[in-house]
Design a protein around this ligand. Structure first.
Ligand code: ATP
Ligand code: MG
Length: 213
């Protein structure tokens, strides 16, 4: 009997912290493309971000776990945070392929800003042939611009990229970090369990400093 194929959505991100925008994006893509599971993969040492300014991987992993635990279709992987040095998506997909015992199809989920940046990623051509790519709309990034970039990438690499319109939520981790630093509310922008974790572990607050007189 032929083994059936499991369709996995891969949701990569810094998740510093994970928020409702990430969760809605993952769930809507899962529904629209009929995916079986979504694997959230907190990045290790992302090449596009200054690692000094990124919260320790263990905190980002814990917050991602808290945010996804109640959804039976969401899973989380530590493949990237377990790796030393810079982490590249192409290596992650190869590792997942090796680890996966069943027939699997991978759909890498990205927001509009990430798809616009895709030409700068390592081995884009290989990556586009290792998994299917999903580009989702994100407030602040024009659909037309995203469509033009997708067309360009499709022609260059001879690969189809899915475009998905998701519920527009103008939420970003940067804004959440800034609000916490400035003592403003972040309620309803992220799961309550993640908010509690942030306060308990004093993440994103101004570092204690001594005034110099
Ligand atoms: P930061 O402000 O630190 O860059 P972020 O909110 O952009 O954080 P990331 O962890 O960088 O979150 O994003 C992971 C993925 O989720 C990216 O592909 C990004 O485009 C997508 N994404 C993040 N927030 C949203 C949102 N509100 N709507 C749609 N896509 C989003
Ligand atoms: Mg981002």
């Amino acid at each position: 009997m032929k083994e059936s194929t499991i369709k996995y959505g891969i949701m990569g991100g810094t998740f510093d912290p994970i928020h409702i925008g990430h969760l809605v994006l993952a769930e809507e893509v899962r529904n629209k493309l009929n995916l079986d599971k979504i694997i959230f993969i907190p990045s290790g040492n992302p090449p596009h971000k200054d690692s000094k300014n990124v919260t320790e991987p263990i905190h980002r992993y814990e917050m991602t776990l808290l945010a996804t635990i109640s959804n039976p279709n969401f899973e989380i992987s530590s493949v990237e945070i377990d790796r030393t040095g810079k982490t590249y998506t192409v290596d992650t997909i190869k590792e997942l392929r090796q680890k996966c015992k069943t027939n699997a199809e991978f759909y890498f989920i990205t927001g509009a800003d990430s798809i616009l940046d895709l030409p700068n990623w390592k081995n884009v051509n290989e990556l586009l042939h290792l998994c299917k790519f999903v580009a989702a709309t994100r407030p602040g990034f024009k659909l037309k611009k995203m469509e033009e970039k997708i067309k360009e990438l499709e022609e260059l690499h001879n690969k189809n990229i899915y475009t998905i319109i998701v519920t527009a939520l103008q939420i970003s981790s940067t804004d959440i970090r800034n609000r916490i630093r400035d003592g403003h509310s972040v309620k309803y922008l992220l799961p309550e369990s993640v908010e509690d974790y942030i306060y308990k572990n004093k993440l994103y607050f101004k570092k204690n400093y001594k005034e110099c007189w």
